[in-house]
Design a protein around this ligand. Structure first.
Ligand SMILES: NC(=O)c1ccc[n+]([C@@H]2O[C@H](COP(=O)([O-])OP(=O)(O)OC[C@H]3O[C@@H](n4cnc5c(N)ncnc54)[C@H](OP(=O)(O)O)[C@@H]3O)[C@@H](O)[C@H]2O)c1
Length: 255
């Protein structure tokens, strides 16, 4: 698959990335249909199938239940060929999300992620923001903490995955990478995506299929071919447990 530079981070990522929510969590999610989590063996095979499609960017998070642990198990032996993106700030326990962006919680969260992913560093570390996504960047030591973790080599790049356009704009002041939602039905982040591209901030798109509520082929084509943002986007991160569907997604991106 084609790879693209992730802004000025020095990383290169597959144009289609893979999101791992469904690998480890099936409660308090917004997919159109309920689904069973794969078994450990099925999870391992799904990870390998996705990598075999040429996907090198894998997005995960502590809040995705078993996802990090399953990923760590499956990628032993090929971790260095992958760009691993995880997050800090949100955990998910007993069906409820908890947020903590303090320096202590952020450090501990990354250490736990490294242990589960069986690696000594991640490639991208994003803030997993809550609804108050502007306030948590302002007047707190969150950005400094992330910068220190990058200086210490525990992550190669830092960034932000939030909700509002205002927070995404604020993140352009410090982030190497910006993850944001963009779909054929919600283009509200268009200007900030363009600005990120111009500023050398790597852009990862999330929820491009509307978490499965949009017609997949049409929704993906719209995002990939949308001239105002196409050149700014490094990777379109799609969630799936189905490698046949992902193969179709990759084929659309390769056209
Ligand atoms: N706050 C955050 O940082 C945040 C929030 C949301 C998402 N994300 C990241 O972005 C990723 C993607 O978001 P998402 O998973 O919510 O939504 P999405 O990628 O828009 O949609 C995923 C859904 O689309 C289905 N799908 C995939 N390819 C398909 C195809 N060719 N035809 C029909 N259906 C298809 C998947 O089902 P199958 O399993 O059946 O393929 C899945 O149910 C997440 O996995 C996560 O890594 C981050």
């Amino acid at each position: 698959m084609d790879t693209r530079p992730l802004g000025r981070s020095g990383l290169s990522v597959s144009h289609v990335g893979w999101g791992t929510v469904k690998l480890g969590r099936n409660t308090a999610v917004k997919f159109p249909e309920a689904f069973a989590l794969p078994s450990d063996a099925e999870a391992r095979s799904i990870v390998h199938n996705m990598i075999d499609l040429g996907i090198t960017l894998i997005d995960t998070a502590p809040a995705y239940g078993l996802a990090e642990e399953r990923l760590g198990d499956a990628i032993l032996g090929c971790r260095d060929e992958l760009v691993l993106c995880t997050k800090v700030g949100e955990t998910f326990k007993d069906g409820v999300s908890h947020h903590d962006f303090s320096a202590k919680a952020v450090r501990e969260s990354l250490e736990e992620s490294l242990r589960r992913l069986r690696t000594d560093h991640v490639d991208v570390l994003l803030v997993h923001a809550d609804d108050d996504d502007l306030a948590l960047q302002d007047g707190t030591d969150l950005v400094q903490t992330l910068q220190r973790l990058r200086d210490e080599g525990k992550t190669r790049s830092i960034g932000f995955s939030g909700k509002t356009t205002e927070a995404a704009e604020a993140a352009l002041g410090w982030a190497d990478v910006l993850m944001c939602a963009y779909t054929m039905e919600d283009r509200s982040h268009e200007a900030v995506i363009k600005a990120a591209g111009a500023a050398g901030v790597g852009v990862l798109l999330k929820k491009v299929l509307g978490s499965g509520h949009l017609p997949a082929a049409e929704a993906l084509q719209f995002v990939l071919n949308n001239a105002p943002i196409a050149s700014s986007v490094a990777s379109v991160v799609i969630g799936s447990l189905n490698s046949t569907r992902m193969e179709a997604n990759v084929a659309i991106a390769q056209r």
